[in-house]
Design a protein around this ligand. Structure first.
Ligand code: SF4
Length: 148
């Protein structure tokens, strides 16, 4: 592993992409920056721009119309990169899908989780997930990132 790859894997930049959803997952994602969790003490920096990020945290479901934009943002990230689906909406479409149990279906607008638009490395379920789960998910994503 080269010096640059080593540095990127030890101090990754993380960007949050809001695809949809109710905003509670966004609040939990911001909570990891607060003094109680302070994820930056591990060298993990939250950034605004996906073009500068190593890890993309995607929140919310994907619709027929947003799919192309989500994919475009993914394509604009540098290689290697890792994607985290944060929350039930991002994992499966969550409460925005129709049906229950094994009979979950698309609606006339929502087609599912973010894996419908881009490859996902780590799924963090929960509605919303706790900050501890988000930090754990970022650590898991870094393992995938290193492997790439
Ligand atoms: S998973 Fe739950 S908390 Fe997160 S965006 Fe969806 S509905 Fe909101």
């Amino acid at each position: 592993m080269g010096l640059l790859s080593w540095a990127r894997s030890k101090s990754p930049w993380v960007a949050v992409l809001h695809c949809g959803g109710c905003n509670c997952c966004d609040i939990e994602a911001l909570a990891v920056l607060t003094p109680r969790f302070d994820v930056e003490r591990f060298g993990i920096l939250w950034k605004q721009n996906p073009r500068h990020a190593d890890v993309l945290v995607a929140i919310g479901c994907v619709t027929k119309h947003s799919k192309v934009f989500v994919k475009r943002i993914y394509d604009q990230m540098l290689e290697p990169k890792a994607v985290i689906a944060l929350g039930s909406c991002a994992c499966t479409g969550g409460v925005y899908m129709e049906g229950r149990g094994d009979n979950i279906e698309e609606t006339h607008t929502v087609i599912g989780g973010v894996d419908k638009a881009m490859p996902v490395d780590v799924f963090i379920p929960g509605c919303p997930p706790k900050p501890e789960a988000i930090i754990h998910g970022v650590v898991m994503a870094l393992e995938k990132f290193k492997a790439k």
